[in-house]
Design a protein. Sequence first.
Length: 173
Amino acid sequence: MAEFTVNATRFDPYKNFKFRVKWDGKYVAGISKVTSLKRTTEVVKHRHGGDPSTSRKSPGRTEFEAVTLSRGVTHDVEFERWANKVWNYGSGLGAETSLKDFRKDIIIEVYNEAGQLAQAYKVFRCWVSEFESLPELDANANAVAIQTIKLENEGWERDYSVAEPTEPSFVEP
């Protein structure tokens, strides 16, 4: 595991508005929202016959919550192409699903205010369980049309090879 050095001059936490998502080695266009990375481990309660009337606790199964990616509707078809690998309407009997490559690993990168990579997370074996191609349309609204994909996954981990950046300082004239 990598050694960590702490930037003693940074007291502010990173903001949640500078990030990028990558899959298949390319950044995905226009991602405006990513839901949180969350895991939950079940609690297994047990006791021995000779123990007092209190329970002991140990970890059980760990579940990773789905991650939802949102972006404005454009001509980019990457969300739809991936969603179609799970189920593609009209593709014919026995060919509705692309079992060979419907899963992908994705990378979520978080940047500091200066635009420097600060953290990265790898999310493993993702596949699209929900796809919203077009939101509800409203002629009286004044909003961006957003499409979403919900990605089931089998876990995530922080990329510890991403070191804390040396933040820039501007020299006053």
